[in-house]
Design a protein around this ligand. Structure first.
Ligand SMILES: O=C(O)[C@H](O)CO
Length: 359
């Protein structure tokens, strides 16, 4: 549905007005509608973002009115034709084909995500399209979920509830379902940004002995906040008892977690990934987990998503897999939708966005 709440209210008033008045109001509305910028929203986003768009009086937008089924590529290619702005989520691939289908009116793309590996940045830049995204508002939720996943994996919570429910719970046993604890451990962070810092801050009270990290270069300001030491990629693999992947997926980080990394890790180590599935070579991870090269893995992200239910990783007791829910709290998803909507409106007005990607 194309919509602007104000226009709708006026249309309701016209329905009860005399004919001459009706004609006057209708043409006024038509004039106003033609000045509104056209936007396509690729998903039923959380209410806060929709409210902002509806009440803006700036845009008329059409929405793919479902959260359960993504808009098909064919439908998306049709719907973007001639729009001024596009608000998307991470399931939509924004590439040359899509931007060509949209045409030259498209000035602003706003993604309701912190990750932007679904966007062809070169193509966007070439066309002068500005890009908004949603960092920071999801940091707390992602860090919280990462800690939950780490504990669920290291203390074997999923296996344990399964045993309790299915009759595996016999007498109290001395080594049954033992895991690995955070106290006195070394936690490694691959890619230190806001989320890595937030994870470390939450883990510190568990009496972690040492935080280490690696990145393309040292990040002293962030590292200072958590007293983390910069180490090489090799040292990160060798020293970490828990290794949390927090880096963005780029051509440089694609499958950076592969057999070379796993072979250097301790066989008591836990590997956690809440960034993007593409940073991991899943065949190598399966091998490392099934041969006991590492102790366990907790994954919130995979390739593909959803991961087919017959995927070998699902057969492993020491692999906990979540369906990409790191930012899934009501507060955070609403904040992401609001930020995405505001970025879009600001961009369309030619003003600086709240969070804009430098292309
Ligand atoms: O990129 C993102 O925003 C997360 O993966 C989903 O919240």
């Amino acid at each position: 549905m194309w919509g602007s709440r104000m226009a709708l209210r006026r249309l309701q008033k016209i329905a009860v007005a005399p004919l001459s008045v009706k004609e006057g109001i209708t043409s006024k509305i038509q004039r106003e509608m033609s000045t509104l910028q056209r936007v396509y929203v690729t998903r039923q986003i959380p209410p806060e973002g929709l409210r902002i768009l509806k009440e803006s009086g700036q845009v008329q937008f059409e929405l793919w009115d479902s959260d359960d089924v993504p808009v098909s590529r064919a439908e998306l290619l049709k719907k973007v034709k001639g729009v001024d702005g596009l608000l998307c989520v991470l399931t939509e691939k924004i590439d040359a084909e899509l931007l060509d289908a949209a045409g030259p009116n498209l000035k602003v793309l706003s993604t309701m995500s912190v990750g932007f590996d679904h966007l062809s940045l070169d193509e966007l830049k070439k066309r002068g399209i500005r890009v908004g995204y949603t960092p920071e508002v999801l940091t707390d939720a992602v860090a919280e979920l990462t800690v939950a996943l780490l504990l669920a994996t290291s203390r074997r919570l999923i296996e344990a509830t399964h045993e309790a429910k299915t009759g595996g719970w016999g007498t109290w046993r001395t080594l049954w379902l033992c895991g690995h604890e955070l106290a006195n451990s070394t936690v490694g962070i691959l890619g230190l940004g806001r989320i890595g810092v937030a994870i470390a801050e939450r883990l510190a009270p568990f009496k972690v002995k040492k935080f280490i990290y690696t990145d393309v270069a040292p990040r002293p300001e962030l590292a200072r906040a958590i007293n983390a030491e910069y180490v090489s990629f090799d040292e990160l693999a060798k020293q970490s008892d828990f290794l949390a992947v927090c880096c963005a997926l780029t051509p440089e980080t694609k499958e950076i977690c592969n057999k070379e990394l796993f072979s250097k890790m301790k066989n008591t180590s836990i590997f956690i990934n809440t960034s993007r599935g593409g940073v991991v070579n899943q065949e190598d991870l399966y091998e490392a987990l099934s041969t006991g090269q590492i102790a366990g893995a907790g994954l919130d992200v995979t390739v593909p998503e959803p991961l087919p239910t017959n995927h070998p990783l699902f057969t492993l007791k020491n692999c906990v897999i979540l369906p990409h829910i790191a930012s899934a709290s009501y507060t955070t998803r609403n904040a992401m939708s609001a930020l995405a909507a505001n970025n879009l409106l600001l961009g369309l007005r030619g003003e600086p966005m709240i969070k804009e990607l430098k292309l």
